[in-house]
Design a protein around this ligand. Structure first.
Ligand code: NAD
Length: 569
């Protein structure tokens, strides 16, 4: 951890290190490759170890871009980019930032899904920490074995609920790594102040358990008290080592995601992107629907198909946004209709979890509705009875929003909003091309996976992606900026408002609901400002910053990939 120090004298940053020769070419945080200057090559015993030409970062980026283009399969592109990060951190981020729109899908979703599945087979280099239950007694030692001393943000997973592909055991370790890449590329978080952590509590994925190459803990997942005790020990160690750190929980299974967030959100600065981040970005899309259609929030009716972690989390976040905007909780909840495997959630259905229970409808409300053969209220029946303005899909059921469903919805609403959010692409409840055709172009769309624009009757429909990457970097840096004690509902609401306001400013006459990834860096700063201001207004900041100086501070702290000069010492 003391191999090098970054110094700042008169606003000029330099790297001070005693390392020489090969070490400088193999530590990714220090390697500049062909960009080491002649003086540095002499001072650090690198002369003769590099080709003669001293290149600029930009020249290196151009070469890497051509190499990247040489790979055809998304998964190979993901491997190429990860290998690049293994040997040169600045070059990796410079390449990503310069080509953000093109490259984000290869470091993050959807390509990271394939990397996760192949983790044990393609494993090359460890990254971050692997904290396994059998090593639990060495919790503090494992955390001390990290590479970087000071940590601002940790992304942690136990790999139980990865993307839309479920329990991936140790493969889930790729997710915190990818998420932190986005924090850095879009949110300007210094990568050497981030720490990805995988908590290995086993896996229930039979294929993995039977795979001789599997490199995680080969046994069924821990449950109950043993699991809780492990998480407790982890959180208290993190809290002790890094007071004030942002602990970002990612891709836990549905129950654990809620339990952990609920249990620790007031004990350590916590954020769960699957629940809160997804909620924030979808609430932003809903606020954009309000801006475009001019139908106020309290007159929107929202059907959510797939009442799992994402579906109920989205309902909760939109509901909170409604409450913050002045609607009573009772009224807000009454605007939602949630559907799961057994049809509409209605009282009397067994096995509703606590989150689903909040949204169940009463029996008298549906007394005149038609049940299907299985005795349930179907999606089509719900659409025809409720006449919703917004339909959200988080079921993972490809094609569930068929022509009948969409045309029924469009019969009753001038401009329906449909959000098939299920990932990966083949899980989408409907594809935008069909949506546009079935509604004769009168539709607002946001999807979970990226889709190309749709050309219909000579009009170009830009398809918004409900991408959490538009929300979580800004939320994270906003909370870190004020060293917030917790993330409050107001902070999350402020993020949704900031995103939809930005959209209404830049969107013009377009019918897109959300900004694009091309805007993500600019947006992260805007969201961060709004979130930090809400933290101050809610009195949960632990450092004093003048609200009027937030922008300056965000700009000043924003990490950008560039090479620093080396000094021996
Ligand atoms: P989950 O397993 O917790 O939830 C899925 C829910 O769908 C479950 O409750 C399941 O019972 C229900 N379901 C399954 N079949 C159904 C059917 N035929 N009819 C109605 N309901 C059915 O998973 P999750 O974490 O909530 O994720 C769901 C989907 O949302 C995934 O595809 C995920 O990729 C996507 N998602 C998208 C975003 C985003 O776009 N920003 C964010 C998070 C999740």
């Amino acid at each position: 951890m003391d191999e090098y120090k970054i110094q700042c004298t008169d606003g000029i940053y330099t790297i001070e290190t005693k390392l020489i020769g090969k070490a400088l070419l193999t530590i990714p945080q220090l390697n500049k490759g062909t960009a080491f200057t002649m003086k540095e090559r002499m001072d650090f015993k690198l002369i003769g170890k590099l080709p003669l030409k001293v290149e600029t970062l930009s020249e290196q980026v151009n070469r890497c871009y051509l190499q990247f283009k040489g790979y055809k399969q998304p998964y190979k592109k993901n491997i190429f980019l990860n290998n690049l990060l293994n040997y040169n951190q600045v070059l990796f981020y410079a390449l990503i930032v310069e080509n953000l729109v093109e490259m984000l899908p290869y470091i993050y979703t959807p390509a990271v899904g394939s990397a996760v599945k192949e983790f044990s087979h393609e494993f090359r280099m460890p990254r971050g920490l692997y904290i396994s239950y059998p090593d639990m007694n060495f919790m503090d030692t494992m955390i001390d074995n990290r590479t970087n001393e000071d940590i601002d943000v940790i992304v942690v997973t136990d790999g139980e609920g990865v993307l839309g592909i479920g329990d991936q055991g140790i493969g889930g370790a790729d997710i915190p790594v990818a998420k932190l890449m986005v924090y850095t590329a879009c949110g300007g978080v210094d990568p050497s102040r981030t720490l990805p952590i995988f908590l290995d509590v086993g896996t229930n994925n039979k294929d993995l358990l039977e795979d001789p190459m599997y490199i995680g803990w080969r046994r069924e997942r821990l449950t109950g008290d043993l699991y809780d005790e492990f998480i407790e020990k982890f959180v208290s160690s993190v809290k002790k080592k890094f007071p004030g750190v942002l602990l970002h929980w990612e891709d836990f299974g549905r129950e654990k995601a809620y339990e952990n967030l609920h249990k620790y959100k007031d004990k350590i600065l916590s954020f769960n992107d699957d629940i809160q981040g997804t909620g924030v970005i979808t609430a932003a899309a809903v606020l954009s629907v309000v801006n475009i259609t001019r139908v106020p929030l309290n007159q929107q009716k929202i059907v959510i198909f797939g009442a799992g972690a994402a579906g109920t989390g989205i309902a909760e976040q939109i509901c909170k946004a409604m409450i913050q905007s002045g609607i009573s909780e009772k009224k807000a909840r009454s605007l939602f209709y949630l559907i799961d495997k057994n049809g509409l959630l209605v009282s009397g259905i067994d096995d509703l979890n606590a989150m689903q229970d909040k949204y169940k409808r009463t029996k008298p409300e549906v007394v005149n509705w038609n049940k299907n053969k299985s005795g349930e209220y179907s999606l089509l029946e719900t659409i025809s009875q409720v006449k919703p303005t917004i339909l959200i899909g988080t079921s993972g059921v490809s094609g569930a929003f068929n022509k009948k469903v969409i045309t029924e919805m469009a019969k009753h609403v001038e401009m329906p909003a449909v959000m098939p959010l299920s990932n990966p692409t083949y899980c989408a409840e409907v594809v935008p091309e069909d949506l546009v055709a079935w509604t004769n172009g009168n539709v607002l769309i946001a999807t979970g996976s990226p889709f190309p624009n749709v050309i219909y009757k000579d009009r170009n429909y830009e398809i918004s992606q409900c991408n959490n990457a538009l929300a979580f970097p800004g939320i994270g840096i906003g909370a870190m900026l004020t060293k917030s004690k917790v993330i409050t509902d107001n902070m999350l609401y402020a993020a949704s408002i900031a995103i939809s306001d930005y959209m209404s400013r830049v969107g013009g006459s377009n019918v897109s609901l959300l900004p694009t990834i091309a805007d993500s860096i600019k947006l992260a700063k805007i969201v961060a400002r709004a979130v930090a201001a809400a933290s101050i207004n809610d009195n949960v900041n632990t450092i004093n910053i003048d609200i009027n100086n937030l922008e300056k501070k965000i700009e000043k702290d924003f990490w950008i990939p560039r090479y620093l000069q080396y000094e021996f010492g």
